[in-house]
Design a protein around this ligand. Sequence first.
Ligand SMILES: C[S@@+](CC[C@H](N)C(=O)[O-])C[C@H]1O[C@@H](n2cnc3c(N)ncnc32)[C@H](O)[C@@H]1O
Length: 208
Amino acid sequence: MKLKELESCLQQVDVFEEPKLLLEQYPTSPHIAACMLYTIHNTFDDIENKLIADLGCGCGVLSIGAAMLDAGLCVGFDIDEDALATFKMNAEEFELKNIDMVQCDVCQLELAAYDKKFDTVIMNPPFGTKHNTGMDMQFLRMALNMARTSVYSLHKTSTREHIQKKAVDWKVKMEVVAELRYDLPASYKFHKKKSVDIEVDFIRFSIT
Ligand SMILES: C[S@@+](CC[C@H](N)C(=O)[O-])C[C@H]1O[C@@H](n2cnc3c(N)ncnc32)[C@H](O)[C@@H]1O
């Protein structure tokens, strides 16, 4: 599948009807999602026939793209039942069978139960910059525990140094694959502008 074709399919994925501020519900744009997945697939061969987890999957744009690129199975994890209901409808609409979902708090999952149970983890986690400081790192810790090979994640560029230190502590290799401008829609009342651009790193962590 070509990049443009993937992006145009992902444009048809429904997103959060009423995004919840406390859960940092902003969807990955079809363009960013397609570029991420295309790179994970073509450069690193971490999608086709792989068992994939998508943490904080929301309405499922990353899972759906991974399933279209022939993931063996992609399992989305999210705390919010409304988001998962939309995810389910999206998966049905695209008639994808290699997709599943679990409603849970990713930060409360038992580490041992998920230890190295997936080949690849993909995610756009909550950035953890409001009431929920450190949430991004809790997601990352869980992702690194779950993955056998690699984790692909989006993080605010301003947190890069902190993440680099953690990667050393946790003995994983990290590589900034791309620097993105992430357009946060002003779907939240406290945003005065129509949208806010923030700098975000697309990072690959490899488990050695
Ligand atoms: C930035 S959104 C990304 C949504 C989706 N992955 C995408 O790329 O469009 C973060 C997601 O994390 C979910 N979330 C927030 N806190 C969570 C938690 N503790 N456990 C599981 N999911 C959580 C939200 O409901 C939301 O869907």
